[in-house]
Design a protein around this ligand. Structure first.
Ligand code: ZN
Length: 299
């Protein structure tokens, strides 16, 4: 649903666009409503799967206890499945991607934030409020920096794209990453401004060009991810951990430190039982996940 939020994020405007998109997809596919098995929606925030009520997603101002299921069901009158988008993405990898054939699967998407979903014995772990496995908000440092969730020291404050960008910008502000500032200006990635800040993509490009401070920032983020993975491995004893998202695309410079920390710190039996792989489905994983919901819940 994220791609349908657009400029006006109020529930009425977004839901109108969602309904229009559903009708358009049906018409383009030459399928009538009664031929469709159902409608799947991935929502960027907390949602109660049973009631289909969406609770105040951080990126959707004005949304507070929106009865999304009721509104859509009244319009379309076919089965509708609504899930947190990170859980939907995990189902997509489980059913159609790298998780095929496994029963114990952890999926993490590392981009602007860190989303995750966990499959236990072939079933999506939901929790009482449908919010289980918020792995991006596990504590890595209980005295760490403030996170968007209101807590401190979460994995997301160390290993996400936002974390990489904010550490780089802090170092520039403190006069400790002048080379990175010059790289950004030289390659016209950012305008000169005060305070000067950079994004994760710039840090990745500078690291790729061999700039030591940029490499250190990426390596530190990778090590923090490794700490998070050790916790995940110890809690869930998964067969496979699937990592996707733009930060994972940085490649070995980010992933090798993560693997090294797992190698050094995870218990041997659990470590030897798990494969850590990169996701297969790419940027459309959320859309595939919305479709996967119908497939998963109608089996
Ligand atoms: Zn947090």
């Amino acid at each position: 649903m994220s791609w349908l939020i657009g400029e006006d994020p109020t529930p009425e405007a977004v839901i109108t666009r969602v309904m229009r998109a559903i009708r358009q997809v049906l018409s383009e596919a030459n399928v009538t409503l009664d031929q469709a098995a159902g409608i799947g929606l991935g929502v960027p925030g907390p949602v109660n799967r049973d009631s289909g009520i969406v609770f105040s997603p951080p990126n959707l101002p004005g949304w507070d206890e929106v009865p999304l299921y009721d509104m859509l069901h009244e319009e379309f009158k076919i089965p509708i499945f609504i899930e947190n988008d990170a859980n939907a993405a995990a189902l997509a990898e489980y059913i159609f991607g790298m998780g095929r054939g496994y029963r114990e699967v952890v999926c993490m998407t590392i981009g602007t934030g860190i989303g995750s979903g966990v499959i236990i014995d072939g079933k999506l772990l939901e929790g009482v409020a449908g919010m289980a496995a918020e792995l991006g908000h596990m504590t890595i440092d209980w005295q760490g920096d403030l996170c968007n969730c209101g807590h401190v020291g979460c994995l997301e404050t160390f290993a996400s794209g936002t974390a990489i960008a904010s550490r780089a910008s802090m170092l520039i502000l403190g006069g400790m990453a002048e080379g990175l500032r010059e790289f950004a200006l030289e390659h016209r990635l950012h305008e000169e401004r005060v305070p000067f800040y950079v994004d994760a993509r710039t840090v990745a490009l500078a690291a790729d060009a061999g700039l030591p401070v940029a490499r250190e920032i990426i390596i530190r983020a990778g090590e923090a991810l490794g700490m998070g993975l050790v916790n995940v491995i110890h809690i869930f004893n998964p067969q496979i951990i699937i990592l996707g998202g733009s930060v994972v695309q940085i490649g070995d410079l980010f992933m090798e430190p993560a693997r090294r920390v797992v190698e050094e710190r995870a218990m041997k039996v659990l470590r030897e039982a798990v494969r850590i792989v990169t996701a297969q489905l790419g940027p459309d994983v959320g859309l595939i996940g919305a479709g996967a919901l119908v497939y998963y819940y109608r089996q």
